[in-house]
Write a protein that binds this ligand. Sequence first.
Ligand code: EPZ
Length: 416
Amino acid sequence: MDKLVIEGGVSLSGEIVISGAKNAALPILCAALLTGETMTFSNLPRLKDVTTLLDLLAQMGVRVAPEGERRVSLNADGLNNPSALYDLVRTMRASILVLGPLLARCGEARVSLPGGCAIGARPVDQHIKGLQAMGAEIRVEQGYIHAKAKRLRGARVCTDMVTVTGTENLIMAASLAEGETIIENAAREPEVADLANCLARMGARISGAGTDVIRVQGVERLSGAEYAIMPDRIETGTYLCAAAATGGKVRLSNTSAAYLDAIIDKLMDAGCEFDLARDAITLQAPARLKSVSLRTAPYPAFPTDMQAQFMAINCVADGVATIRETIFENRFMHVAELQRLGADIQIEGNNAIVRGVAGLQGANVMATDLRASASLVVAALAARGETRIDRIYHLDRGYENMAEKLSALGAKARRI
Ligand code: EPZ
């Protein structure tokens, strides 16, 4: 099992290139199922989750043609197996995103329930409720979702809570349905808008993406297209936190501050200064950060995917911060590991009270989930001495070449 070994105490400096967004790439690759024509995607991040999804699509009969490091063409003309089996889906919950497209294109789908993960139960009841509203017959048995629909009909759907992949599944299903679908309480995340932009390029008729009411006029068929994946705002935020925690100055290119308002606001409150260019962000950290409290909520509020990383910087900041996690029921798995590094954190329900300490000390820690792993990296960079992070396959799911990118910023980080 690979480990990441970090010798902390170095102020990060230099420049790295941000990769394409994992949480945009995953739904957008599934959109290829909606047409028999070729889709070509660029700026794809080289991540385990992307490889897993491409394997799943290939198993369905999609022709997958890599065309270079971050470019792939998909053709689903030969789509002949509308199913996603448990052994693959359980390794990547986002596989649920094939459900809507398979129903819309093939009229049937057999998709394993994703099951829970470290951060929560992660039910998909809203996905099912929305598709049933569009006329799908769905039964769940032996851990599988069995869905059928001769042709989906447009419907008005209001999800019980904001769900990112739920909204994405419904948009993709609605793009080929009969008539108009209105999705209310829709997720406003930029990755939802990126998916809508790609679908529009394929001929879909969508309005309101990025707001909480999305209207889709179904069309008979969609055509092939080329599409470049948007930059990863969470990878961007993670490296901003790494620089902030080490009193560094870094420039992140091939990214945009447009979707990071909540994150940049909090980092400015902590004492960081920014220079924002059209496609790059430069951060200058203070010698010591000020504690910043935060509350996670759906976009455009502070993203839950940045909660763990911000907890790490609060561990070494000056003051006390309260972090409230409102999206997932168990997203404090990183707390126990941060405490091993000397952090002073108390959990009270879905609040974590973080008292900044003068310094953390390196230790052996274990990654539990993707963003928890990222928070351990941020803390290890700020800690004195050596930290060994185990089970870093979690990191590989969402961060391309993290050890190399950290080294390019001057960190003493190596993978063993
Ligand atoms: C997406 O997950 C992201 N993943 C997550 O990123 C992210 O944390 C999450 O949105 C919230 O922003 C992808 O986009 C691939 P939700 P998703 O449906 O869609 C409840 C990462 O680290 N819910 O928005 O699965 C759910 O339990 C990952 O990159 C239901 O109850 O999240 C949660 O409490 C982690 N029923 C809340 O809603 C449903 O049918 C939000 O979940 C759907 C969701």
